[in-house]
Design a protein around this ligand. Sequence first.
Ligand SMILES: [Zn+2]
Length: 379
Amino acid sequence: LVPNPGLEAADAATPTSWFASGWGDNTATYDYLNTGHAGAHSVTVTVSDYSTGDANWGYAPHAISPGNYEFTDWYQSNVSTEIDAGVAMQDGSTQYFYVTKVGPTEGNTWNQAEGVLQIPQGAVSATFFHLIAANGYLTTDDYAVTPYTPAPFTRGLVSVTFDDGWQNQFTNGLPVMQKYGLHATYYIISGSINDTPDYMTVAEIQSLKNAGMEIGSHTVTHPDLTTLSSTQLTNELKNSQTTLVSDFGGPITDFAYPYGAYTSATQAAAAQYYQTQRSVESGYNTADLTNLQDLKVQNVFNTTTPAQVQAWINQAAADRSWLILVYHVIAVSPADPTDTQYTTQPPDLDAEMAEVKNSGLGVVTVNRAVNEITPQLIH
Ligand SMILES: [Zn+2]
């Protein structure tokens, strides 16, 4: 699906079908090299004066059918870089998807970048691009995009998760979970417990636990963890766990990032306290691609319909993968209007939990899902 994937064919001084691409406030230099991973050529982009944007070598979109695809290339770089995809849709719009991040390479070693993207229904064409968004260089070669079949678990799973510990998750959410006999994971901001009327009280969270719900951590004060000193970071990770264990009993094993924001440094720190870390990057967790420090999710927004949730369920059933749903406010209208995007109407939650109940998937908390899948992971 990638034209001239080894970058060997050339028109004058540039590889056939490839072009320089970039935007933002930075200085990017693009070169066609006479060395490569395999063969005699590769491409490189060097960025300086970086403030915003990114830069990459790209190729024109090619026709693609909906389904799972694996992207690979070989690269050398001195900074972390990212792989994204642009997907042209039948309605004329273009959707952009995050695929994965990869770390810098050592010396002249070539590393293989690898990531999987689910191309959605309605897709017409797609192009994947490996970009650099920092001062540094990125050299790439030997690209491939191929249909991918995920390795299945013994059964498909779904976990329902609620972030932030809102009062309405107790008042409006818990009755729905109990109506269908489902167990969810509630990621609690420990410093907001008892902060009524917006957040749940200790007694209410204890009621959740008594009803079979899992209590997870969502930090002490809900900061962007990527902006903190290492001491502040440790306090947010460790003290939230200590408080939750003290209030509700342990262990508290699972953690969700405020704003979904993380770095390799926050991952390393959080791994000292929690068995899993969950951001808000969309995707499914499969037997060969699950990263317990970077669980993938499907985000339920105010625009998300029960039909969309059913489609995610159907995909998890077909792939026997683990689907994690992320909910925030469960209310007719949020207390804070800026939370509108993150608000699910109670009747929609009811319809979606009926779908979950009838899905045929195992419906388990994050903690129980991890216990079930860990022996099945393929690395
Ligand atoms: Zn949050």
